[in-house]
Design a protein around this ligand. Structure first.
Ligand SMILES: Cc1cc2nc3c(=O)[nH]c(=O)nc-3n(C[C@H](O)[C@H](O)[C@H](O)COP(=O)(O)OP(=O)(O)OC[C@H]3O[C@@H](n4cnc5c(N)ncnc54)[C@H](O)[C@@H]3O)c2cc1C
Length: 385
C-alpha cells in the first residue's frame, strides 16, 4: 500500500524526488477539483500547472449553468451545489434565456438558468479550494515528461505520485505519454471580451457564420464575451470566421474588443474510450468530457474531477479498483454525453446548408432545440412537456 498523508520526501540521499500520493497535471477545473477531493480525503496531493497565473489567459466563453439547471440535466449527479454554488463574486451576470438564432435569423428563446463567470478568477478559486483542502499547488511548473507512469519531470524539479492524473487539456501530455489516443474531433474556438450595453440573453448564431459550430455573445457585467467555434473541416481558417464575427458584433454595439482574441480547442467527439490506465487517470478535456451539442466542459470536468478524486482516495486507502472511476462517471453523465454526440452527428447533415438547418430549427422548435442543448435526444417524446 503506498504511503498516505502529506508530501513525503524520499528517504534516501541519492533520490531527491518529492513523493506524493497523487500528482495532478493541469490546474483547470478538472485538475483542481480532482486535487480538492483527493486532498479532502486525506491524500498528499501535488497540483501543477504550466501557466504563470492559473486561469490566465482566458480561453473560454465563460458560461456556466446554475446548479438547479445542471441538476435537471444530470439528475444522477448528487450534491452539485458542493461544486457549483460559487460565491456571488464569481457570477458576472445571471442569465435565464439562450436565444438560438437560425441561419434565417429566426430567434428561438430557450429557458436556461445560467450565468457568465470570470474564468480568470473562477479557475484561481478552484485551485485555492484544492490548496485549502491541503494540496500543494505549483503554477509555472510544466510537466515535460512522465516516466514509468509514476515519475513526473517538470521545469521545477521531479516528483513521484502513486497515482498520476492527466487534467492537462485536449492535447494532454500525460495521455500521450501512456500512448492513449485523444478525442477524434477538436473544434478550434476563439473569444474575446468587450465593454458595452448587451441584453441579458445569451445569443448563439448558427449556420455559415460558424460552419458546424456557432458564434456566441454571452453577456457579462458591463459587456460581453464574444467568440466562435467551428468545425475545421468545413471552416478553413476558423480564425477568419471568428475575427469577422467579433468585429461585426463590435461594430453593432459600437465598441471594440478589450483584449487579444484568445483561442483554444474544444473536444467535440465525446469522451475517449478509456480514462483509467494502470495508475493513470484522465479527466476533463484530456478525456474528451465535453457536451458536444454546446461545447461546455467546465462543469462536466468538475463532476468527473470529484469522482476521480474520491475514487483515487478509495483506491489508495481501501484498494478499490481505479478503473471504477471510469465506470462511475459514465454511469452518471456518460449517457447524456453520448446522446449529445449522436445529436451532433445527425445535425451535421445540415452543417453546410443554411436552408436545411433553418428548416430543422423550425421543425424542432423551442422544445426540440432545448433538448439538444441539454444533451437529450429529440427522438424520445416522453419528456417533451
Ligand atoms: C474558446 C473556448 C470557449 C469555451 N467556452 C466554454 C463555456 O462558455 N462554457 C464551458 O463550460 N466550457 C467552455 N469551453 C470548454 C472549457 O473551457 C473546457 O472544457 C474546460 O476548461 C476543461 O477543463 P480542463 O480542466 O479539463 O482543461 P483546461 O481548463 O484546459 O485546463 C488544463 C490545464 O492544464 C495545463 N497544462 C497543459 N499542459 C500542461 C503541462 N504539460 N504541464 C502542466 N500543466 C499543463 C494548462 O495550462 C491548463 O491550465 C470553451 C473552450 C474554448 C476553447
Amino acid at each position: 500500500m503506498p504511503p498516505l498523508g502529506r508530501a513525503k520526501r524520499a528517504q534516501s540521499e541519492g533520490d531527491p524526488v518529492e513523493k506524493f500520493d497523487v500528482v495532478v497535471v493541469g490546474a483547470g477545473p478538472a485538475g483542481s477539483t480532482t486535487a480538492r477531493f483527493a486532498a479532502e480525503a486525506g491524500l498528499s496531493v501535488l497540483l501543477i500547472d504550466s501557466r504563470k497565473e492559473i486561469g490566465w489567459p482566458v480561453q473560454c466563453g465563460e458560461l456556466m449553468a446554475k446548479t438547479e439547471e445542471m441538476t435537471r440535466i444530470f439528475p444522477l449527479v448528487e450534491n452539485q451545489g458542493e461544486l457549483f454554488d460559487v460565491p456571488g463574486e464569481f457570477v458576472s451576470r445571471p442569465i435565464d434565456i439562450i436565444k438560438m438564432v437560425s441561419p434565417s435569423m429566426k430567434e428561438y428563446d430557450i429557458p436556461f438558468s445560467c450565468f457568465s463567470t470570470e474564468r480568470r478568477y473562477f479557475d484561481r478559486y478552484q485551485a485555492d479550494l484544492a490548496a485549502k483542502a491541503g494540496a500543494t499547488v505549483m503554477s509555472d511548473t510544466k510537466m515535460t515528461r512522465l516516466e514509468d507512469s509514476h515519475r513526473v519531470f517538470t521545469t521545477r524539479g521531479d516528483f513521484e505520485g502513486s497515482v498520476i492524473v492527466g487534467a492537462d487539456g485536449p492535447f494532454s501530455a500525460v495521455r500521450r505519454s501512456i500512448g492513449v489516443k485523444g478525442p477524434e474531433l477538436l473544434y478550434p474556438a476563439m473569444s474575446t471580451t468587450m465593454d458595452g450595453s448587451f441584453s441579458d440573453e445569451v445569443y448563439m448564431y448558427f449556420g455559415n457564420v460558424a460552419p458546424g459550430g456557432y458564434g456566441w455573445i454571452i453577456p457579462k457585467k458591463g459587456g460581453a464575451n464574444v467568440g466562435l467555434g467551428a468545425d475545421p473541416s468545413l471552416a478553413r481558417g476558423v480564425g477568419r470566421y471568428a475575427k469577422e464575427f467579433i468585429s461585426r458584433t463590435a461594430d453593432k454595439f459600437s465598441t471594440k474588443p478589450k483584449q487579444l482574441v484568445a483561442g483554444g480547442w474544444v473536444p467535440m467527439s465525446g469522451p475517449i474510450g478509456g480514462t483509467a490506465y494502470g495508475n493513470v487517470v484522465l479527466v476533463g478535456d484530456a478525456a474528451g468530457q465535453v457536451m458536444a451539442t454546446n461545447g461546455g466542459g467546465i462543469q462536466i470536468s468538475m463532476i468527473c474531477g470529484r469522482i476521480a478524486g474520491r475514487t483515487i482516495a478509495a483506491h489508495l486507502k481501501k484498494g478499490t479498483e481505479l478503473q471504477s472511476y471510469d465506470s462511475e462517471w459514465r454511469r452518471v453523465v456518460g449517457k447524456d454525453l453520448a446522446t449529445a454526440r449522436k445529436m451532433m452527428r445527425y445535425a451535421s447533415i445540415s452543417f453546410s446548408r443554411d436552408w436545411l438547418m433553418s428548416a430543422i430549427f423550425r421543425v424542432a422548435g423551442v422544445k426540440g432545440l432545448a433538448k439538444v442543448i441539454k444533451c437529450k435526444s429529440v427522438f424520445t417524446r416522453a419528456d417533451w412537456t
